[in-house]
Design a protein around this ligand. Structure first.
Ligand SMILES: Cc1cc2nc3c(=O)[nH]c(=O)nc-3n(C[C@H](O)[C@H](O)[C@H](O)COP(=O)(O)OP(=O)(O)OC[C@H]3O[C@@H](n4cnc5c(N)ncnc54)[C@H](O)[C@@H]3O)c2cc1C
Length: 386
């Protein structure tokens, strides 16, 4: 994606995001954790800042940030609870990118401006009870009836499903197909008869971010809801957003690690044992230093790969390296932070305890660590086999 925002304009935006994170998001974290909801005021401020449309071109009302700018912005707002980012992640990520790159002009015009402004929230519905890493194994299916499709099936773990106005749904349109072929993407609006949302899941962390099952029971949609008006392109459609999704998760892990380090440093400097600050003990310093080196490594690789994407490359294996390394890294950093805080770090009252639970997700969704290892090694061996 070409850079459409000048560096000086972007620096101003970054400054605004930093202040918003420090003055609004971080002070609201505890309330979100306890109530399980982001307040309407903060939600509106996130919309006003353009965060829902960070990845979309200006012609649809988006901010048109380059990938490097997107990850630099993400480093900032993800120093606050990951729940804030989760609220707009599905809209700016897989859902909007699938429409942007594959939608008909009518579909783009109907949905993208509303997604960019945050007027509507979109969810991306791929995972099913029987198909997670093996996404080609989905069984949700459609049947063509005149000018309509009828969808039947069940999706699970769908982020923002309770809030969503629009679902980008992956379903098998060719009943004879197996694997990734024969799967199509459909744009299904909330409220369509036959579409129901399950109860909100109770999760290990990220409590203000909501996931749930989505059920399709003879859900009738017009043929015009087929993304790109072409069947069998579902996985190609989904791949369009994969750059954004992987790089954004990597950048989120960096932001979370930066915050964890800030918390650990502040605690280590003031907590006294044996008559001196625990930061005087070399073993505490070693944990801080390892966390810092880990974070810098993930930050550097994420920026470098983002720049290569802006330069027109599609470094599939290296994007997976960023997602794999950054998500494993932030869990090590969170573990060190809990250790540095001792018993206080185990108490739910402290932010590092919450973050330890929040960051565990990043090794699981948007492709598990094991799946990214498969992708990386497949890319490495591709040339050797040729
Ligand atoms: C909070 C949350 C939000 C989510 N949001 C969404 C969403 O918005 N939309 C959506 O569609 N999905 C979403 N997901 C689903 C997520 O993408 C899947 O959980 C993930 O892809 C893993 O699938 P699974 O849970 O079925 O695990 P499985 O695929 O059953 O994996 C279980 C274990 O087996 C390993 N494994 C599987 N296959 C292999 C293999 N070939 N080689 C080696 N190891 C393997 C995995 O790495 C893992 O360790 C979300 C999940 C969570 C927890």
């Amino acid at each position: 994606m070409a850079q459409a925002v000048s560096e000086s304009d972007f620096e101003q935006f970054l400054d605004t995001i930093r202040r918003f994170t420090r003055e609004k998001l971080i002070p609201a974290e505890r309330d979100v954790e306890e109530s399980g909801e982001i307040s309407p005021e903060i939600l509106q401020q996130m919309r006003d800042l353009g965060l829902f449309g960070m990845t979309l071109p200006q012609k649809y009302g988006g901010l048109a940030l380059s990938m490097a700018q997107q990850v630099r912005a993400t480093f900032e707002f993800t120093q606050a609870s990951a729940v804030f980012r989760a609220r707009f992640s599905t809209t700016l990520g897989l859902a909007s990118q699938a429409i942007l790159f594959n939608g008909s002009p009518e579909q783009c015009a109907a949905y993208l401006p509303k997604m960019a402004s945050g007027e509507i929230t979109a969810s991306f519905a791929l995972t099913e009870p029987g198909a997670g890493s093996d996404a080609g194994g989905i069984t949700t299916h459609t049947k063509r009836e005149g000018d309509d499709y009828i969808i039947n099936g069940e999706k699970c773990f769908i982020t923002n499903a309770p809030e969503a106005d629009l679902f980008v749904v992956m379903a098998r349109s060719d009943p004879a197909s197996t694997g990734a072929s024969g799967i199509s993407a459909f744009l299904v609006e909330a409220g369509t008869p036959g579409l129901t949302i399950g109860r909100t899941d109770r999760k290990m962390g990220q409590h203000g971010s909501h996931t749930s099952n989505v059920f399709f029971d003879d859900c009738r949609i017009p043929a015009s809801a087929l993304l790109g008006n072409e069947e069998g392109q579902g996985f190609k459609n989904a791949m369009a957003g994969i750059n954004t999704a992987r790089m954004h998760v990597a950048a989120t892990c960096v932001g979370q690690a930066m915050r964890l380090i800030d918390e650990a440093v502040a605690y280590a400097a003031q907590r006294k044992q044996f008559g001196k600050p625990i930061s005087d003990f070399q073993s505490i310093r070693n944990m801080l230093a390892n966390s810092q080196a880990d974070t810098l490594a993930a930050k550097s690789m994420t920026l470098a790969v983002a720049q290569r994407i802006d330069d027109g490359e599609h470094p599939l294996g290296d994007m997976s390296c960023c997602k794999l390394f950054a998500s494993e890294m932030v869990c090590r950093v969170a573990d060190n932070a809990v250790q540095i805080l001792g018993g206080a770090g185990y108490m739910n009252d402290h932010v590092v305890s919450r973050m330890y639970q929040d960051v565990r997700l990043f090794r699981i969704f948007e492709g598990t660590s094991q799946i990214h290892q498969l992708i990386i090694s497949r890319e490495m061996l591709k040339d050797a086999a040729a």
